[in-house]
Write a protein that binds this ligand. Structure first.
Ligand SMILES: Cc1ncc(COP(=O)(O)O)c(C=O)c1O
Length: 330
């Protein structure tokens, strides 16, 4: 196993299921669609961060930390899962969220509070600057804080997705599938860097194709290539992923990060009604909207087999209830 030599604690329910989506496949007229259910990783509602946190929190514990500090958007799935991981490990948790406190604390923000995290809003300052202040203040107060970066997307966390490639590779072989592509949403690059390194390390052949959530193709390519190199080194490997090997579609940025538009709404509704699976307004709704469009444009062929990697996030649906219900009977 690629990660056998690295500190790891068990936080996620693994392996997550790899399931066929026959009704969605039919609704779109092909290709043959499968889904990798990382919305089922557990850890207070599932999501992709559980895989990274198994390594990030193990490293924090190895360094003797008593407090996890991390940062994200108001509806950060990463902060919610970090708060859950801290609770599971008997650690304190402080999450720094962008901007000002919203009028209602729902979705992931509600869960942050329920999970016992201290919530700090960055106001008009950057989250990074506020998080560094929090770390300094915690140290001065005699605590041992450990800062986990945005999305746990450094080489420590990204190895979780190299390990995930070994997991899906086993499932693809067991189910005797020929997969052409693996499609998912990419934001802070950790998921994608881990998947790319894992795929190259074990010779996993399907294309690793990201739908960019909030950055341009060139930004994704540079970000993933840089993080992939560090991730490879952490795994004790010397492989590199060149920017032009990184596949990213940036035509689905809509009106910006966390702004749900009609494509996301259509994707969320279609997947819910055909397969009984919940996506989210920020990441998986956008990633699925991109996949649907690429199928409709003929970029992904009808004879292919495509795995959609569900990275979680459905807790955020509740923060978008009014927009999701617009025009529908309540
Ligand atoms: C539900 C969900 N999907 C996808 C992503 C993107 O993962 P990454 O930041 O590793 O690119 C995130 C977090 O950013 C997320 O919360």
């Amino acid at each position: 196993m690629l990660t056998d030599h690295l500190p790891r604690i068990r936080l996620a329910c693994l392996p997550t299921p790899l399931e066929e989506l026959p009704r969605l496949t039919k609704a779109l007229g092909g290709p043959r669609l499968y889904i990798k259910r990382d919305d089922q990783t557990g850890l207070a509602g599932g999501g992709n961060k559980a895989r990274k946190l198994e390594f990030s929190v193990a490293e924090a514990l190895r360094q003797g930390a008593d407090t996890l500090v991390t940062l994200g958007g108001v509806q950060s799935n990463h902060c919610r899962q970090t708060a859950a991981a801290a609770a599971r490990c008997g650690l304190r948790c402080i999450v720094v969220l962008r901007g000002h406190a919203p009028a209602a604390s729902n979705g992931n923000l509600l869960l942050d509070y329920l999970l016992g995290a201290q919530v700090v809003f960055s106001g008009d300052r950057t989250r990074e600057a506020v998080a560094e202040d929090v770390v300094r203040e915690q140290r001065a107060a005699g605590h041992r804080p450990h800062l986990i970066p945005l999305g746990a997307s450094n080489e420590i966390g990204a190895v979780g997705f190299a390990a995930a490639i070994e997991e899906i590779d086993r499932q693809v072989k067991e189910q005797r599938l020929h997969v052409d592509r693996v499609v998912f949403g990419s934001s802070s690059y950790g998921t994608q860097a881990g998947l790319c390194v894992g795929a190259k390390a074990i010779g996993f052949a399907p294309q690793i194709a990201a739908i960019a959530i909030d950055s341009t193709r060139a930004e994704v390519q540079a970000g993933v290539a840089g993080l992939a190199e560090a991730t490879s080194r952490r795994l004790g490997l010397t492989l590199t992923v060149a920017p032009d090997e990184v596949v990213a579609y940036d035509g689905y940025l809509g009106a910006g990060y966390a702004v749900m538009g009609e494509p996301e709404k259509e994707a969320i509704s279609l997947v819910a009604r055909t397969e009984g699976i919940l996506l989210d307004p920020v990441y998986t709704g956008r990633a699925m909207a991109g996949l649907i469009d690429l199928i409709r444009q003929g970029e992904f062929g009808k004879d292919e087999t495509v795995v959609f990697w569900h990275t979680g996030g459905s807790a955020a649906l509740f923060a978008y209830a009014d927009q999701l219900l617009e025009g529908k009977t309540r």
